[in-house]
Design a protein around this ligand. Structure first.
Ligand code: GLC
Length: 410
């Protein structure tokens, strides 16, 4: 069977009927940004199914506009922390945080795959997307750029950028719990115990606040500015404005929100690092870590002087795609999740930006390097950026999706 067929098989195999799980066993529910990538993948062979994926995700949207990072459609004892830990008291149960808003950008691709088929579905989804983007602006952009209230909200859980913020989180009262992730994947490729205790402690804090967003932002022990989510939201607002025009809606709000975010970017420019950087909003301190999120600057059309040379220097230290953190920086670990490995879906997102910036050699290099690890190692979750060893879960939805939509189209 050729790789395209295998990739389609991963998507249809992870399809639960209306939504796709990221990977069997390890991630048995619907995840927010994974689903947006799944939709992009489905759009290469089943546009109707692509729309259904995001429609199912948005059916769990909160009244305040938030689109949760996990939707627990059906109980599954094989995952921790499950719905009872989050305690959001919703039907279907959901987590209490969100995830990077890539949906508008990838829905635009789904729409463009077949505009006629997508017209009515886009019109129905548009107000929900707009409400979600408004939620980001209202509840996460107090300082200008995007703040995250949990490392999981960034989608890059144990990236070294969050270490200074996590150091403020007291996990001494977290209580006993059993991790399930380390039963599916080699623990040396997953976040460490102290990180996990802190993740759970922040969830417990959110639940104690009744998931009241104002209270969480005011009092959470963890609040950090995230360059990656900021770039993603700038881009998503621009794409939402384009989609608005396609269905005769007024694009002014998303355009204005993108402009506002762009104007706030100097807040996360770390001159010492010559890069955009995560920043602890409680102390004002920069993380001083260069991470793959900085490479999303192109996605947002941002061109900071000196940045490009710096980013290329980081990429040139490895062989297989963009490392999730700088190999010469603190906390780097080539196989531990977001502390070093190269993630195919992240490479795909970075590539969209490279393409638009006209950096075609780099775009093609990134595609080639990503295709090489998938061809050799299969549709794994992430890869060692030095030798391409497959890491984490296998038969992963978003890796298969970006193979079909991008990496495999050489
Ligand atoms: C991990 C990743 C996150 C992803 C989820 C499901 O938590 O860090 O980005 O959405 O797994 O694949």
């Amino acid at each position: 069977m050729d790789l395209d067929d295998q990739a389609r098989r991963v998507l249809t195999g992870n399809d639960q009927g209306g939504y796709t799980i990221p990977a069997a066993g390890l991630y048995p529910y619907q995840w927010n940004w994974d689903s947006a990538f799944a939709a992009w993948g489905f759009s290469t062979f089943d546009v109707d199914r692509a729309w259904t994926e995001v429609e199912t995700l948005f059916s769990a949207q909160w009244e305040n506009g938030a689109v949760p990072h996990i939707v627990f459609h059906r109980p599954d004892p094989g995952y921790f922390p499950g719905p009872e830990v989050w305690g959001t008291h919703r039907t279907p149960p959901t987590s209490g945080i969100s995830q990077p808003p890539v949906a508008a950008t990838l829905i635009r691709k789904v729409y463009e795959a077949d505009p006629d088929a997508g017209q009515a579905r886009l019109a129905a989804l548009y107000p929900k997307l707009l409400a979600w983007h408004r939620w980001w602006r209202t509840h996460r952009c107090h300082s200008g750029v995007v703040a995250i209230t949990h490392p999981w909200e960034s989608g890059r859980d144990n990236c070294p950028g969050w270490d200074i913020g996590l150091a403020n989180v007291d996990a001494s009262g977290v209580g006993a719990y059993t991790r399930m992730d380390t039963q599916h994947v080699d623990p040396s490729m997953r976040p460490g115990k102290l990180d996990y205790d802190r993740y759970v402690a922040i969830v417990q804090f959110g639940r104690e606040c009744g998931w009241d967003q104002d209270e969480i932002v005011a009092r959470s022990p963890f609040l950090m500015a995230d360059p990656a989510t900021t770039f993603i939201l700038i881009r998503a607002n621009r794409d939402l404005a384009v989609l608005a025009r396609r269905i005769g809606e007024d694009p002014a709000d998303p355009e204005h929100w993108a402009d506002e975010l762009e104007a706030a970017l100097p807040e996360i420019w770390n001159e010492d690092l010559r890069s955009y950087d995560a920043r602890d909003l409680r102390s004002g301190r920069f993380a001083n870590t260069l991470a793959c999120g900085a490479f999303l600057a192109w996605l947002a059309g941002s061109r900071a002087p000196g940045m490009e040379e710096r980013l290329m220097g980081v990429w040139n230290r490895v062989r297989y795609g963009i490392p999730s953190s700088d190999p010469s920086g603190p906390g780097f670990d080539a196989r531990r999740y977001w502390r070093g490995p190269s993630w195919p879906f992240m490479n795909a997102l970075i590539a969209i930006g490279l393409h638009e910036a006209g950096r075609m050699d780099e775009y093609e290099r990134l595609r080639r390097e990503t295709a090489a690890v998938i061809t050799r190692g299969g549709f794994h979750e992430y890869f060692d950026p030095y030798d391409g060893t497959p890491c984490g879960g296998s038969d992963f939805t978003w890796t298969a999706a970006i193979w079909l939509a991008w990496a495999g189209r050489g």
